[in-house]
Design a protein around this ligand. Structure first.
Ligand SMILES: [Fe+2]
Length: 288
């Protein structure tokens, strides 16, 4: 049986797949895409999607916030999510629609896009697990504060421009091991920011037709250009990313016991061994 694709042409050109082969999974870098104007991704369709999603899947706030901000300090923009998206040109806001794969039409689009990447991803990090999609809608000059995310991610720029500022995952100068441990035991994604970090940034400017490959847990902040912006983030997890997450959670448990465990190396077999050790310890009730 042939499965009907939601898009007629491949979205990722051959040279982007070749580039991804050199970058994935550890390096950030510029890619290209040919996602055409898609009816599911118009402002009106996205406003309707935002109104249909539960509040837990929608996040929005004023866009002119500092690069480093505690999530508890984020003010409200005083609008509904539908209004925020429909008037994004002028309301100086930032919005994200999370887990769009919970809506069947968006899930189909997401799976079509991820399917094009399988030949690159699966030989390197195994099966593509937990497909998730996010749409970011941002006013001119808005900022997405400094943070990290647990997924393998490609952010496709659809409208407007932005600069992705990204730092190496695993470099403790930018995200200390205790920040990883905090995040992987239920903490918020936002990270403490220092102006001195700017020197170490890899800057990836993005316009329509461009995309950026983002490594798991690479610290980043996003600065939008002077036009309203829409970006689609397509993400997946790997056995490796789950193991690494569990290794950080295991370290948090060890730290609570008074130890000072080292940052786990970014290496799948290491993360695997550490996790197996943690599971044994849990079974023996050495850690909670
Ligand atoms: Fe992010």
């Amino acid at each position: 049986m042939t499965v009907r694709r939601t898009i007629d042409q491949p979205v990722f050109p051959a040279d982007t797949l070749a580039r991804m082969e050199t970058l994935y999974p550890l390096q950030a870098g510029l890619l290209h895409h040919r996602l055409p104007d898609h009816p599911l991704l118009s402002l009106d369709a996205l406003a309707k999607l935002g109104e249909s999603l539960p509040a837990t899947q929608v996040e929005y706030n004023p866009g002119d916030v500092p690069i480093g901000i505690d999530p508890d300090d984020l003010p409200s923009n005083g609008l509904s999510i539908g209004e925020t998206i429909r008037t994004i040109d002028t309301n100086r806001s930032w919005a994200v629609l999370k887990n769009i794969e919970t809506t069947p039409a968006y899930r189909a689009l997401l799976l079509d896009l991820l399917d094009e990447l399988k030949s690159v991803v699966e030989p390197r990090t195994g099966a593509m697990l937990t497909p998730q999609g996010f749409v970011f809608i941002s006013s001119p000059d808005s900022i997405t504060p400094f943070h990290f995310d647990p997924e393998h991610n490609i952010l496709l720029q659809l409208r407007g421009s932005k600069v992705m500022n990204v730092w190496p995952a695993g470099n403790e100068r930018f995200a200390h091991r205790t920040q990883h441990e905090r995040y992987h035991t239920g903490g918020h994604r936002n990270l403490p920011w220092e102006e001195a970090y700017r020197d170490g940034a890899q800057q990836v400017p993005l316009g329509p037709g461009e995309a950026v490959l983002m490594p798991v847990m690479a610290p980043h902040f996003v600065a939008n250009g002077d036009a309203p912006s829409i970006s689609l983030s397509i993400t997946w997890r790997s056995e490796w990313s789950y193991r690494e997450s569990e290794a950080h959670a295991a370290n948090a448990a060890l730290r609570r016991m008074g130890l000072d465990p080292a940052m786990p190396p970014r290496w799948p077999s290491y993360a695997w061994a550490k996790t197996v050790g943690w599971r044994v310890a849990r079974r023996l009730k050495l850690v909670s």
